[in-house]
Design a protein around this ligand. Structure first.
Ligand SMILES: Cc1cc2nc3c(=O)[nH]c(=O)nc-3n(C[C@H](O)[C@H](O)[C@H](O)COP(=O)(O)O)c2cc1C
Length: 188
């Protein structure tokens, strides 16, 4: 089976981060089910460059590298903390810099973390429409974790861990369908 290029992107603005822990767990679980070369980024990596960049053609090298990784990946794991009932502004800004056709057909796991269960629908009411706009192959199971479902910033509650496994199963199935000559050509 050919290896797939899996990119994780966490929209957290501070570390340590539950959102980063969630992305890392999803990437690791997918890697147990399908051969991947993976990398994980978070917005903390980008510092002030992200907010200061209004046109991707003028992105500084680190941001340009992450934009390129997002567009050339065979699959993405994206997650944001809930801020004021939605994804963070900087998370949205990053995807505003992505080519509208850059994610077409790409498997994308959507996930979020929040302080309470009340905002769990951010996955389906904010993240799903955003990646629907891009025409991504959104993984059916979205993942939402509340603060109390994490221990030391890693997913720990059994229901959350099970949901991560379900999303990973579905992503691995999609990668088996999507991986192949097209994915290799994109990276050539
Ligand atoms: C500015 C700000 C706004 C927030 N707004 C919400 C919110 O509307 N709903 C919610 O459930 N949690 C909210 N939270 C809590 C975070 O979503 C939660 O702590 C999240 O797990 C933090 O992720 P992190 O550990 O990756 O930084 C907010 C936190 C901050 C800092």
């Amino acid at each position: 089976m050919s290896r797939s290029y899996l990119v994780g992107l966490a929209g957290n603005t501070q570390r340590p981060s539950r959102t980063l822990g969630l992305v890392e767990a999803l990437v690791a679980e997918i890697g147990l089910r399908h051969p991947v070369d993976s990398e994980v980024h978070d917005l903390v990596d980008l510092g002030a460059d992200l907010g200061a960049t209004l046109d991707p053609r003028f992105a500084p090298p680190r941001l340009a590298g992450i934009l390129d990784a997002i567009e050339t990946a065979d699959a993405l794991v994206v997650a944001s903390p809930v801020y004021k009932g939605a994804y963070t502004g900087l998370f949205k800004h990053l995807f505003d810099l992505i080519d509208p056709k850059g994610l077409a057909g790409k498997p994308v796991v959507i996930a979020a973390t929040g302080g309470s269960e009340r905002h769990s629908l951010v996955v389906d009411h904010a993240l799903r429409p955003l990646f629907g706009f891009f025409g991504a192959a959104i993984v059916p199971t979205g993942v939402y974790g509340t603060e109390k479902e994490f221990l030391d910033y890693r997913p720990s509650h059994s229901a959350l861990v099970a949901r991560i496994g379900q999303a990973a199963d579905e992503t691995a199935r999609l990668l088996r369908v999507h991986a192949g000559p097209a994915a290799l050509a994109r990276r050539a």
